[in-house]
Design a protein around this ligand. Structure first.
Ligand SMILES: [Zn+2]
Length: 205
């Protein structure tokens, strides 16, 4: 299930601001529960340690207009007709990345929705069926005290680009001052070329 990510969705997540405590994910799946929330990106050490400096958002009143520094999520539990347990995780966040082509920072949005097949025992995480079907849903070892923040953190890390780049780099001030290629007249240039003069001399000999 993929929620509609609109302004109402963000508001509804923000109504539950703050770090998420360990929780019983089996209960969430069995009782078809939905959990929404929002918290500061700075709570996720493994994400922020590899990024350039991100804004620290203490609370929603201090959220920058860009939306940087906040993580929104929704976790939905369900069981299917084979009594398998599922968790659908939606994660949205915005981070500031530095373009590796032009070195100008830009805002990158992580927007991931992942269905997890929830299992109770470690030996259920790997299965032969997964080797046959590469599109098999990811299995997740559940717990009565599950670290949801850790799972959200993993999904953000997986959603970040390996080499951050603008789709199209902005024209920087330096670029604007470079002469346009069309401004150079090739004919005029050729006339002044010393090699051209040399050619003329050779003809005369
Ligand atoms: Zn760029």
């Amino acid at each position: 299930m993929i929620p509609t990510i609109d302004s109402q969705w963000f508001k509804s997540c923000e109504a539950h601001w703050g770090s998420v405590r360990a929780l019983d994910v089996f209960a969430i799946a069995v009782h078809n529960q939905k959990l929404q929330g929002a918290f500061s990106l700075q709570s996720l050490d493994r994400v922020v340690q590899d990024l350039s400096e991100q804004p620290y958002v203490k609370d929603l009143e201090h959220m920058p207009n860009t939306g940087l520094g906040v993580v929104w999520f929704e976790l939905t539990g369900r069981t299917d007709n084979q009594e398998r347990m599922w968790l659908d995780l939606q994660v949205v966040t915005k981070v500031s990345l530095t373009c590796q082509r032009c070195l100008v920072p830009f805002v990158f949005e992580v927007n991931e929705n992942i269905p997890f097949h929830l299992v109770r025992r470690p030996n259920q995480v790997e299965s032969e069926a997964d080797d046959i079907d590469p599109d098999a849903p990811e299995r997740l070892l559940g717990s009565g005290r599950f670290d949801l923040m850790g799972l959200i953190e993993d999904q953000i890390i997986l959603g970040l680009p390996y080499v951050p780049k603008h789709d199209v780099c902005p024209k920087t001030v330096d670029n604007r001052h470079l002469p346009e290629l069309s401004a150079v007249e090739p004919l005029e240039n050729e006339k002044k070329s010393p090699f051209h003069a040399l050619k003329v001399l050779k003809k005369d000999i």
